[in-house]
Design a protein around this ligand. Structure first.
Ligand code: SAM
Length: 226
């Protein structure tokens, strides 16, 4: 695991540890590296000031621009499903607060994260750099197009609910790579799906039902869809 600048010296992590014990271990998160990353990254740095006390609550929380920071269990579940070992290059679509990118930075060699709302991307980028998550690069753009400049990726994780698997992800995924993304026509409830590329063929596996904000873009929902 990397040693992000301020992580070791952050304030008491009792809530963080109890979040790991009560919300993650009890619900099937077994990957020791994921548990360690979740126990290390200070989620309070990524929530709005007024929500600091709920930073380790078992729920998503609102962030700016009507978006959310995902529930801790959701982040852990997606990270575990990627099966990262530490050497990978990961594309994270939907930077939001930057929290999931920070967790991924402890699990992979390099994280490229893309956010469609410029203000969120800028805040997340500053936050990640100031707190020592130096293997994360943030950009603004339509993440349904992936980020071709840094492809191929060993893993792609999408933190917003799409209508279908965007073709650019398949093109930008390395052989044997994995994509974890929520999908569903119902805009308020999605199935988390893990895709794997084997000999150029994509297989899919359902991981459960979750709730995400919509993935908006050329290969996602229209910005004005209900
Ligand atoms: N991973 C985030 C975190 O840890 O805070 C949670 C992000 S929130 C659930 C989903 C984010 O996806 C929102 O910030 C939203 O603006 C972003 N988003 C939606 N469509 C997108 C797209 N096409 N490209 C990039 N980001 C997108």
């Amino acid at each position: 695991m990397k040693n992000p600048g301020n992580v070791e010296s952050s304030e008491p992590n009792y809530d963080r540890q109890s979040m790991v014990e009560s919300q993650l271990k009890t619900r099937g998160i077994r990957d020791e590296r994921v548990l360690k990353a979740m126990a290390t990254v200070p989620r309070e740095l990524f929530v709005q000031e007024g929500h600091r006390k709920q930073a380790y609550a078992d729920c998503a929380l609102p962030i700016e621009h009507e978006q959310t920071i995902s529930q801790p269990f959701t982040v852990a579940c997606m990270c575990q499903a990627l099966g990262l070992t530490g050497n990978e290059t990961v594309l994270d679509v939907g930077t939001g607060s930057g929290y999931a990118a920070a967790v991924l930075s402890c699990l992979a060699a390099k994280v490229f994260t893309i956010e469609r709302i410029p203000e969120l991307a800028a805040t997340a980028s500053d936050r990640l750099q100031q707190n020592g998550f130096s293997n994360v690069v943030v950009t603004t753009g339509d993440g349904t197009r992936g980020w071709p400049e840094h492809a191929p990726y060993d893993a792609i994780v999408v933190a917003a609910g799409g209508c279908d698997l965007p073709p650019p992800y398949v093109e930008q995924l390395r052989e044997s790579g994995r994509i974890v993304m929520p999908l569903g026509r119902d805009n308020s409830r999605q199935n988390m799906v893990r895709f794997q590329k084997n000999n150029g063929t994509i297989t899919r596996e359902h991981l459960g039902t979750f709730v995400f904000v919509p993935l908006i873009g050329d290969f996602g929902w229209a910005a004005n869809s209900p």
